[in-house]
Ligand binder design. Structure first.
Ligand code: SAH
Length: 341
């Protein structure tokens, strides 16, 4: 039995059609799930009893459990328990422009980035589309808020779980569903090129962010093993294609690691690397964790790096720091929980 939250509107329409029902029922069910937010099929009062019984036979409507919640100024971090008792995180950030949720896409991660806490615990499984959707529903309910922005930057590599991630995006983007605008959704990848190709081909309208973190292959190979499979020159080529096809601006994420990738020469190399692309670079102050040797760059170093990029005419922002008190590093809450601390 599948969970009803895994279904896109189109999936539900086909389901009803193949059961001899009008496809409009799918819109009604979506309305109950995502506008009225009921938690049982019995509450769907405009749907006939026999249809409700059939839905109950064919679908579960299980939700995810909040097992831990940590709060800091403008940030709430959640640890969720899934049906099979696996754990993932979601982080809610309160910006002046709205509430943004950082969603996990996998239980653990196989990308093995050297600086990242999530990857210390290898991937156990993909999250289903519904398990991503439920992170939004659970937090909106818990805090009585609406989430306006979603970033797929929690635990996991979205393009290592492509199909479920795309279904998730369809469900939350649908005007009949949670209705979060495509421009308010950002998917972040370490650079899995075949999936970026697919993403371009599918004509997705959501924002694309690339975790870059290095200005040359040697350094990127050390920090991100995926670079040995998909090196920078290939990555840049596919991003040019992305730009050509979509006319959209790409975001590069660049964590600043003290003495590793934060020197002036790195900034100059970086500006040459991205030259000609419609992009901007989001500089990320590193969230230190006790298990990983890297240290964050000093404020002065971050500003110097920023200035060098500016001087070289690269669009650049510095990411606001959220909740270092709440174990904000990706995967930190889960890793500590799993390791029994
Ligand atoms: N796998 C995807 C999305 C999840 S990681 C990706 O690689 O983009 C989301 C972002 O957080 C990535 O840019 C990642 O490199 C960054 N990140 C991981 N650990 C971090 C830490 N300790 N401090 C700051 N950013 C971190």
């Amino acid at each position: 039995m599948r969970n009803i939250y895994d279904y896109t509107l189109e999936d539900l329409e086909s389901y009803f059609l193949s059961n001899g029902e009008k496809k409009f029922k799918a819109v009604q069910v979506f309305d109950w799930l995502y506008k009225k937010r009921v938690t049982s099929f019995d509450e769907m009062s405009n749907i006939k009893k026999d249809v409700i019984e059939k839905l109950k036979q064919d679908f579960t409507m299980n939700t995810i459990k909040i097992v831990e919640r940590q709060e800091d100024i403008d940030v709430v971090k959640y640890l969720f328990e899934l049906e099979d008792s696996m754990k993932v995180e979601g982080v809610l950030m309160k910006h002046d422009y709205g509430n943004s949720l950082c969603v996990s896409t996998e239980v653990g991660c196989n990308m093995g980035c050297a600086f990242c806490e999530s990857g210390r615990l290898k991937k156990k499984r993909n999250l289903s589309a519904g398990e991503m959707v439920m992170q939004i529903l659970a937090i909106e309910k818990d805090l009585s808020i609406r989430i306006s922005h979603v970033v797929l930057m929690g635990i996991g590599e979205p393009f290592d779980n492509y199909e479920n991630v795309i279904n998730f995006i369809h469900i939350i983007n649908s005007g009949k569903g949670i209705d979060i605008g495509a421009r308010h959704i950002t998917v972040s990848t370490c650079g899995i090129i075949p999936k970026i190709k697919e993403f371009i081909k599918d004509g997705n309208q959501v924002n694309l962010a690339i975790s870059l973190h290095a200005s040359n292959n040697k350094l990127r190979n050390e920090l991100m093993p995926i670079n040995k499979v998909y090196p920078l020159e290939d990555l840049m080529e596919i991003l040019k294609e992305y730009e050509k096809e979509t006319n959209r601006r790409i975001t590069f994420e660049y964590i600043l690691l003290d003495g590793i990738n934060d020197k002036e020469e790195n900034a100059i190399e970086l500006s040459k690397l991205v030259k000609g692309l419609n992009c901007y670079i989001n500089l990320i102050p590193y969230n230190e964790t006790s298990h990983i040797k890297y240290k964050k760059s000093s404020k002065e170093q971050i500003l110097k790096f920023y200035d060098t990029l500016k001087k070289n005419k690269v669009g650049v922002t510095i990411r606001r720091e959220f909740g270092s008190k709440v174990m904000a590093a990706c995967g930190q809450l889960r890793a500590n929980y799993e390791e029994g601390k």
